[in-house]
Write a protein that binds this ligand. Structure first.
Ligand SMILES: [Zn+2]
Ligand SMILES: [Zn+2]
Ligand SMILES: [Zn+2]
Length: 117
């Protein structure tokens, strides 16, 4: 069944939008074992697995979270549904503070696409 871009996928009671999103928030672009977080975007407050999903599905350019908003719960763990803050995520050693699932450390090279310094 094709995924309806606008409908989204319900994961831990959150609607996650994107391309070929699975039950752990993996997507068509990032689907490794540890690609298991979604990010709430600053521009639309919608969950997407990655910036490419946002670029392909949203009707507006993405904006990044300003540094003063790092207390925002903008990360969704696809394994347990916990929502750490940006600050917790950035300082958490790429593990979920709730269930200890390992997140992809390679995401660090894309943090500037989501979070301002
Ligand atoms: Zn957006
Ligand atoms: Zn994606
Ligand atoms: Zn978790």
């Amino acid at each position: 069944m094709p995924t309806d871009k606008r409908q989204g996928t319900s994961i831990h009671d959150q609607m996650v939008y994107g391309i070929a999103v699975d039950g752990l928030t993996r997507c068509a672009h990032w689907h490794g074992e540890n690609d298991i977080i979604a990010i709430r975007f600053h521009c639309c407050e919608r969950w997407y697995p990655c910036y490419q999903c946002h670029a392909e599905c949203a009707d507006h350019p993405a904006t990044v979270w300003p540094a003063v908003q790092r207390h925002t719960r903008a990360i969704l763990c696809g394994v347990c549904g916990h929502q750490p803050t940006i600050c917790e995520y950035l300082s958490g050693g790429f593990r979920c503070p709730n269930c200890d699932a390992g997140f992809n450390p390679g995401c660090a090279s894309h943090h500037h696409l989501y979070f301002a310094d």
